[in-house]
Design a protein around this ligand. Sequence first.
Ligand code: GRF
Length: 194
Amino acid sequence: MAKLIGNKKINCAVFISGRGTNLKSLIKYSKEKKSPIKIILIISNNKNAKGLKQSKIFNIDKGIFNFKNKIKDEKKILNLLKRKKIKLVCLAGFMKILSKNFIKIFSYPILNIHPSLLPKYKGLDVHKRVIINRERYTGCTVHIVSNKLDSGKIILQKKIKIYKKDNPISLEKRLLKHENKIYPMAVKKVCSNL
Ligand code: GRF
């Protein structure tokens, strides 16, 4: 595993598919003086992802791979990560599932943020499902990516209350603020163990 020596920051890549609020909060965190990371690459499977604007704003390299040929695209991404000496990958709303092979070959941590209190509510449409099931609480989780979907070691979680008046949209909006807060905190925690 990589060692954080002196002031040297860890090169980090963030993978997105859409809006990019978590990407934005990670970039903001990376600009703090004491932050252990430097975001030097943004990967997207969607050329129209709103989050890609951050690449221009902050002058961060981007790579777009549509995953139509997953094996080939993963190989290209792995080469890119190697070339750029990336030692941490953060998935932030990345809607493709990385293969076992990718996770094995990239031997550094891959983090993901999921909008539920894992291990509950893996997969998609979480906010809709928690409301249908009349849950009283929900939350968000940053975890290590493993071979099983939304199942790796949990790094950090935030639990929030669901109100009677909540609908999937209001819940998503409220939870997103917490996601944006805990992702950098989880990165800090992971980097302190590198
Ligand atoms: C977040 O809700 C995250 O938990 C999920 O996808 C969404 C991405 O949002 N994995 P954003 O693109 O970071 O705004």
